[in-house]
Design a protein around this ligand. Structure first.
Ligand SMILES: *[C@@H]1O[C@H](CO)[C@@H](O)[C@H](O)[C@H]1NC(C)=O
Ligand SMILES: *[C@@H]1O[C@H](CO)[C@@H](O)[C@H](O)[C@H]1NC(C)=O
Ligand SMILES: *[C@@H]1O[C@H](CO)[C@@H](O)[C@H](O)[C@H]1NC(C)=O
Ligand SMILES: *[C@@H]1O[C@H](CO)[C@@H](O)[C@H](O)[C@H]1NC(C)=O
Ligand SMILES: *[C@@H]1O[C@H](CO)[C@@H](O)[C@H](O)[C@H]1NC(C)=O
Ligand SMILES: *[C@@H]1O[C@H](CO)[C@@H](O)[C@H](O)[C@H]1NC(C)=O
Length: 473
């Protein structure tokens, strides 16, 4: 695959930034998901009060519950409503089913209750029981047709939400690609979204990336407070948080299929405030840090490195702790509020207030850069195994140490291993554990570029320490 040069990308980005400015924009928005998998939640009327009191203007529900639609009439709050996966069969089979649903369950409450999106199906690739993937596009088309008959297809957009599992690759972001197993429903869905200017909806959870792979993902990087930067080697773009990297992976996956106009919308993200003993990162401090930083980042219209300045609408999961959610302890503790309406932790939805940050942990001692190289005492077999691992499952791009590439010389195992170890180490937060390689790696504080290719050239270095590797010039 041929990659455009960074400067070509910059041109494209500048052009898209201009277009974004020309397009009269309302700015990025922050909403909250109102999940109801609980038996102790307040009534919808009380929820309206709570939501207004906290200045929440956008809310996502997972169905079209009539009590809720009624309660939010004239509240000024904009709703995303949903068609559950269990309804996809009926919705895909007969247009009349959908027409009836719209007529009875939605239109009577609209426009007093503002509805801006209908999500048809949720994370269908995770739902085998309902045959959801096969049914979702026909159901979306029927919902669109019903809206069109009611003259509302321009005011209420139709889409469907996805988990990040829809990608087969998300790192580096520029290599983002959809899993080809899903092509049969994804391609027609993307065509539908492009044609109707509907967003691609995705649920993004840096928390799970950290929980499931703490050695590969640093907590600070997940919490938007990283002291290091991850550089995408294909684009030169600099990432300071996992959220942006995951969103850009989606944008690149869309671009790879030539869908360049579809926007991304984040229909769920968040951080749990409590978990089982094993889920050490699920704390109120971390949840507050993640959501506070998320809101500031989004409200600022920062965009992502691949889409600077692009508006992004984001929904935080979730309004309440939900006591009936199955799974690990954290599952029941994603809420911003307890069912009695008190806050689990303080959060400023305007993104403007100054909240004391929770201490999220620090991956690196910021006094100076460190490198990770191959230990001169490790056995050849251990070095080879660790090298294979780093360049394979470890996700290090080892192109530079291939024959005729810049870091092939010196052609020694220890030099190649050092290159791979250091890339892996920098790429994964420069934590001690990211330099273990079963004892084959050692951390050094002196720049090792004299005797290996570890930090010589910018494009082979994933991480730039401020003022140390400046790759742009
Ligand atoms: C799933 O849906 C597809 C398309 O409607 C259909 O052909 C297939 O038989 C369904 N599979 C199951 C297990 O219901
Ligand atoms: C792609 O999806 C299929 C079907 O869900 C799954 O078995 C496979 O592991 C996925 N591939 C990748 C690379 O995630
Ligand atoms: C780190 O990432 C690699 C490659 O993606 C994976 O094989 C490995 O299991 C991960 N480590 C942990 C602790 O999850
Ligand atoms: C807000 O945007 C400005 C300009 O784009 C940027 O320099 C700053 O870092 C952003 N702040 C946050 C919190 O993202
Ligand atoms: C951050 O680093 C300092 C110094 O290494 C350490 O004392 C402190 O406990 C760290 N904080 C966290 C939350 O890990
Ligand atoms: C960082 O490391 C230096 C030297 O290794 C040490 O003197 C300093 O106290 C450390 N800083 C923190 C915040 O731990």
């Amino acid at each position: 695959m041929a990659w455009a040069s960074p400067s070509a990308f910059r041109l494209i980005f500048t052009a898209s930034l201009l277009l974004a400015l020309l397009d009269l924009c309302r700015g990025s928005t922050i909403g909250v998901c109102y999940g109801r998998n609980a038996d102790d939640l307040p009534t919808p009327d009380k929820v309206v009060e709570l939501v207004k009191e906290h200045n929440i203007k956008y809310l996502r529900i997972y169905d079209s519950n009539i009590q809720i639609l009624k309660a939010f009439a004239n509240s000024g709050v904009e709703l995303v409503i949903g068609v559950p996966n269990s309804d996809l069969l009926a919705f895909s089979q007969f247009q009349s089913n959908v027409d009836t649903w719209l007529k009875n369950s939605v239109l009577p409450y609209y426009p007093a209750t503002k509805i801006t999106y209908i999500t048809v199906g949720a994370e269908v690739t995770e739902d085998w029981n309902n045959n959801a993937s096969a049914l979702v596009v026909p159901a979306m088309q029927n919902v669109f047709t019903a809206l069109k008959k009611a003259g509302l297809h321009k005011k209420i957009k139709v889409s469907s939400t996805h988990s990040l599992g829809v990608l087969s690759r998300s790192f580096p972001p520029s290599a983002g690609a959809f899993n080809s197993s899903y092509a049969s429903f994804l391609r027609p869905m993307l065509e539908f979204l492009a044609e109707n200017q509907s967003p691609f909806m995705v649920d993004i959870y840096p928390y799970y990336a950290y929980r499931d792979s703490p050695t590969n993902v640093s907590l600070d990087y997940a919490l938007f407070q990283s002291s290091f930067e991850v550089i995408d080697p294909n684009t030169g773009l600099v990432y300071t948080n996992l959220f942006d990297a995951q969103i850009d992976a989606i944008y690149y996956a869309l671009m790879a299929l030539n869908f360049k106009t579809i926007k991304v919308m984040v229909t769920e993200t968040g951080w749990p405030s409590k978990g089982s003993l094993k889920e050490t990162a699920a704390t109120p401090d971390n949840a507050q840090t993640y959501n506070t930083n998320l809101i500031r980042h989004v409200i600022n219209d920062t965009g992502t490195p691949a889409k600077p300045g692009e508006e992004l609408d984001v929904y935080i999961f979730s309004l309440f702790n939900e006591n009936r959610k199955p799974g690990m302890e954290s599952e029941r503790n994603w809420g911003l509020f307890y069912p009695d309406g008190t806050s689990v932790y303080n959060l400023d939805f305007t993104g403007k207030g100054v909240t004391e940050m929770g201490s999220g942990g620090n991956a690196t001692n910021s006094t100076g850069p460190t490198w990770c190289i191959a230990s001169s005492t490790a056995s050849e077999a251990d070095l080879q195994n660790a090298l294979n691992w780093a360049c394979g499952p470890g996700n290090v791009d080892c192109t530079a140490i291939q024959p005729s590439q810049p870091c092939y010389e010196p052609e020694t195992l220890i030099s190649h291993a050092s290159y791979a170890f250091n890339s892996y180490y920098q790429q994964n937060g420069a934590t001690d554990v990211a330099c273990s390689f079963g004892g084959a790696g050692v951390k050094v504080t002196k720049d090792p570029s004299k005797y290996s290719c570890v930090s010589l050239s910018s494009f082979v270095t994933y991480i730039s320490f401020p003022h140390v590797f400046t790759s742009e010039q």
